[in-house]
Write a protein that binds this ligand. Structure first.
Ligand code: XMP
Length: 510
């Protein structure tokens, strides 16, 4: 059984970062909303309280019940957590007189404190709060200050309770990871045993137990998550895993055949279903982006359902859902968010399939999925693939979708992506692709006037797709790609490069 750390979420934008930092220390942890904590917390070795957009002085501020935690388990309270412990336990929290956002330098007062072991004097920490702790709670000892924040860290005497006003989880707190390690490993004694190898061993035996000799169906998309989920399941149940890879006619050039071959080489029991015509028929004449998504979603369900019904006695549906899709974080308005995002690859499968769900990657962040994939021996090229949207090229063809437009865009996209690879730029880009615009422009080729399509190229850097910036690709590269596209792809006479960040734009154009 993995040792576990509880992170109580008060709605901070940084809560997921705390979990990621903890996981980087090879320690397993789970995020739970403060107002819906796990019923039984006896299995947790330590707890961390997150920050929050709330002020502890607000009437509707989060008011967690810590009776099962405080004094019973090692506790680290971050930002709001630190203010909460002060405000309600004999201290005083007031609005700050000076701005307390951004960088500050930590002055450690109490030497030889386990929490600050190996943390450099004056190391940079990141603050983000508008209230400040004026007076410490009962039995507290100040551990550190900054020039503007007297009570930047404290400990409660007689308990393993620590509180810090700054954010150890953000990149700009230079010794943040060390502080988390000090707390979790040196103080709480949590084992650093959450490794890809341990995850694979544990998950394979859990899957064996859960599934037994039953059959499982899984929709492969060619992406990292569904591939890693499939290989894990295959390791656990072998031939009883039935994978279905649907060609919706909206994939990249030659992608269906090449990915299918890769899957077969990996020993997966996979059926490729070419349903291109069905998808293109369903899309005929539809220009509205959401309308296109709906048609594609419905066609996928129909195809997948037909195929799944051909497998006798299938009991489980496997999905590549990952942790960010699962976390029920607390919304900034206080209540837990109403909906948990559903996985979009096979999202919305109808109830009539009556299959039990199995989601072997539910506990993992994206970077952990990649590490597990590497542990399972999946090829680097497959694990390093850029994200690609479920509705594929349909949302990169503005306006209605036709077979001819798909063909043009596939050609353009292939030249761009292969070019990125040849110029060693592919791994520097988070996502890239081409967009077919619904306009024609005038050009001249030889002595002939042309009136043909415009394509836009998009390449962004990002960590999670939530925010993104355009990539400063070398001019020489853009020049070469533009020339190649216009010379080789019939029907295109102009190429533009998208230099919009997200926000305010989005990554896809639709
Ligand atoms: P946006 O355009 O919202 O995209 O900035 C963010 C990320 O999400 C991907 N995306 C989708 N993925 N189904 C998907 O599976 C969709 O309908 C969809 N729309 C956008 C997009 O490619 C980017 O990685």
């Amino acid at each position: 059984m993995q040792q576990n750390v509880l992170i109580l979420d008060f709605g901070s934008q940084y809560t997921q970062l705390i979990a990621r930092r903890v996981r980087e220390l090879n320690i397993y942890c789970e995020i739970h909303p403060y107002n819906n904590p796990p019923k039984d917390i006896s299995g947790f070795k330590a707890a961390i309280l997150s920050g929050s957009p709330f002020s502890v002085r607000a009437e509707d501020a989060p008011h967690p019940d810590l009776s099962e935690i405080r004094g019973k388990k090692p506790l680290l309270a971050v930002c709001y957590g630190a203010q909460y412990l002060a405000h309600f336990h004999g201290g005083k929290v007031e609005p700050s007189e000076t701005r307390e956002y951004g960088r500050a330098n930590l002055s450690i007062i109490k030497d030889a404190e386990a929490l600050f072991e190996n943390i450099t004097e004056n190391s940079q920490v990141w603050m983000s709060h508008s209230d400040t702790i004026k007076e410490l709670p009962t039995n507290a000892v100040r551990l550190a200050s900054t020039s503007d924040v007297l009570n930047a860290a404290y400990r409660i005497d007689g308990e393993e309770t620590f509180a810090i006003q700054f954010h150890p989880e953000v990149y700009h707190t230079s010794d943040g990871k060390q502080l988390l390690e000090n707390f979790l490993v040196n103080i709480a004694g949590v084992e650093q045993s959450w490794t890809p190898e341990a995850f694979v061993d544990m998950t394979v035996s859990e899957l064996k137990e859960k599934i037994g000799n039953d059959k499982v169906v899984l929709g492969l998309s060619g992406g990292v998550d569904s591939t890693v989920a499939a290989v894990l399941l295959h390791k656990a149940i072998g031939k009883n895993l039935y994978c279905i890879f649907v060609n919706n006619g909206l994939l990249r050039k030659n992608e269906f055949d090449s990915v299918l071959d890769q899957y077969k080489d990996m020993g997966l029991n996979v059926k490729g279903v070419d349903a291109s015509a069905r998808f293109l028929d369903a899309l005929a004449g539809i220009s509205d982006p959401e309308g296109k998504r709906k048609k594609i979603g419905n066609a996928f369900i129909e195809v997948f359902d037909d195929e799944a019904h051909q497998i006798q006695d299938v009991k489980f549906l496997a999905q590549g859902t990952i942790y960010p899709d699962v976390i029920e974080s607390v919304s900034a308005t206080g209540g837990p968010s109403a909906t948990i995002k559903s996985h979009h690859n096979v999202g919305g499968l109808p109830d009539f399939m009556k299959l039990k769900i199995v989601e072997p990657l539910r506990a993992l962040f994206k970077d952990e999925v990649r590490r597990v994939g590497a542990e399972l021996g999946i090829a680097k090229e497959l694990l390093g693939r850029h994200p690609f949207p479920g509705p594929g090229l349909a949302i990169r063809i503005l306006g209605d979708v036709t077979a001819e437009k798909v063909r043009i865009l596939q050609e353009v996209d292939a030249i761009f992506i292969n070019g990125l690879k040849e110029w060693m730029l592919y791994d520097k880009v988070w996502q890239a692709g081409a967009i077919l615009l619904p306009v024609n422009s005038v050009g001249v080729m030889g002595d002939e006037r042309t009136y043909e399509k415009v394509v836009a190229l998009r390449a962004v850097e990002s960590t999670d797709g939530m925010t993104a910036d355009w990539v400063n690709l070398p001019y020489e590269f853009l020049q070469k790609i533009s020339n190649t596209i216009i010379n080789k792809v019939k029907g295109v006479n102009r190429v533009v490069y998208d230099i919009s960040s997200k926000p305010p734009a989005t990554i896809e154009w639709e």
